[in-house]
Design a protein around this ligand. Structure first.
Ligand code: LLP
Length: 417
């Protein structure tokens, strides 16, 4: 890590190819009995080299914008292996997805379906669609990332779903043939999946009575990651709960999709930072780093825990686990903060860590998912660099931005009116 920091500088996201591949493989093995197309959720970490790594291992992609679809295509994933979700798809995005031959369009509302059907008919092109249903299940996760409760903006509730198929199920061009769910992220227990899928199975039986056959089920994402040691069920645990409900449908020929992001990328990445200064203020001890919420927004935005540890070998300070309350002789409570002009710019508050000093290199763990993809340029901070480690080979997969990059789009002013 020190060599990476020396050559790439900080802040830098560092990803492990073997971990990305291992996580994908474990999901595939666990869900093998229903043989799903695993569509990696590009929004969690969309670097082209990360996408290429997963694509080479057989992943499809879950995209939520035409920009993400373009990334997937550039990474060598055909559109037919991509699923496209999102509550607010623009007309040009829908048209491009249809023209490109998208694998599945996940539809979020009646108004959106009518728009998709119109655009498909204009182009006389058939597009496979799945209705995103909102099963009204509490995934017991952060309010901002809970998506399967009735009061959220996502999907169509179960009462309307049956009517939806009756109304739109026989469209010539927009072929409504599947169901899509994504109830939240991260979901640390299996029960919400079981509850949501039990309701889904009941809906499928009702639709069968109406003569409508469901051909595909997209189970979405949401599987947890270990921000703390042993926090999350494993791929096997989720599969053990989900498979009994899905196997009878598999036997009837239903095709399955999964959309994991965090469970693949989160623990495949760390964020490397440098301590610029330490500062004591009354009872508080601060370690001021060269990036904070601009590189990793999650602690500030969701109150999320990320384990942080100095890279320098700390005699006597070898953590045996990642925990939010480390109990070890000699640790002291410190706030790990960034350089931005906001008190909300923190990565950890009152965190028990070895005493830190100027120049220390810190590793922020479990930063591969929703790290770089949510990073901002606030305070004119250039975006971090990204590095991929594959065995002994270390590649810079996104160069660090420069201030020149930031002002480039502002140099030339165009008169509009
Ligand atoms: N499919 C759909 C339709 C989604 O909306 C999401 C995530 C996923 C799949 C992937 O979920 P995953 O497997 O990564 O849990 N920024 C937040 C997470 C937002 C998740 C948004 N949707 C965070 O940093 O925790």
């Amino acid at each position: 890590m020190r060599e990476i920091a020396r050559t790439a500088g900080t802040p830098t996201f560092v990803y492990s190819r073997a971990t990305l591949e291992g996580h994908l493989d474990r999901l595939r093995e666990a869900f093998a009995p229903i043989d799903p197309l695993i569509c990696y959720s590009v929004k969690s970490c969309g670097n082209l080299s990360v996408l290429r790594t997963l694509a080479a291992r057989g992943a499809g992609m879950d995209v939520v914008s035409i920009g993400e679809l373009q990334r997937a295509l550039e990474a060598g994933v055909p559109a037919s292996r991509c699923v496209y979700a999102g509550v607010g798809k623009r007309d040009d995005e829908i048209a491009a997805a249809i023209d490109g031959g998208i694998g599945l369009l996940n539809v979020e509302s009646e108004a959106e379906f009518e728009n998709i059907a119109r655009i498909a008919a204009e182009r006389e092109k058939v597009v496979r669609c799945a209705l995103r249903i909102n099963p009204d299940v509490d995934p017991k996760t952060h309010r901002y990332t809970s998506t399967g409760k009735k009061e959220t903006k996502f999907g169509v509730d179960l009462e309307r779903a049956r009517r939806f198929f009756q109304l739109y199920g026989r469209d010539r061009f927009a072929k409504l043939e599947g169901l899509h769910l994504h109830i939240g992220s991260p979901i640390y227990t299996v029960e919400p999946y079981v509850e949501a899928l039990t309701k889904t199975c009941a809906l499928i039986e009702e639709l069968a009575k109406d003569g409508i056959e469901i051909r595909s089920i997209d189970l979405g994402g949401g599987f947890g990651a270990d921000y703390e040691t042993a926090q999350s069920p494993s791929a096997r645990d989720y599969a053990a709960a989900i498979l009994p409900l899905m196997l009878p449908l598999k036997a009837r020929g239903v095709e399955f999709f999964l959309e994991p992001g965090r469970s693949i990328a989160a623990n495949a990445g760390v964020l490397l930072l440098r301590v610029l200064y330490t500062k004591d203020s009354g009872e508080k001890h601060f370690a001021i780093c060269d990036a904070g919420m601009n590189a990793l927004l999650r602690p500030s935005h969701y109150g999320s825990f990320h384990f942080i540890w100095p890279v320098r070998p700390q005699a006597g300070f070898v953590p045996t686990q990642r925990s939010s309350n480390m109990a070890m002789e000699g640790l002291r409570a410190q706030d790990i903060v960034g350089p931005l002009c906001e008190s909300g710019d923190f990565l950890a508050v009152d965190r028990a860590m070895p005493p830190l000093a100027r120049g220390d290199l810190l590793a922020v763990f479990t930063a591969g998912a929703y790290g770089m993809s949510m990073a901002s340029r606030y305070n004119s901070s250039p975006l971090p660099a990204e590095v991929l480690v594959s065995g002994n080979r270390v590649e810079l997969i996104r160069r660090r931005e420069t201030v020149d990059d930031l002002v480039e789009h502002e140099r030339n002013v165009t008169v509009l009116l």
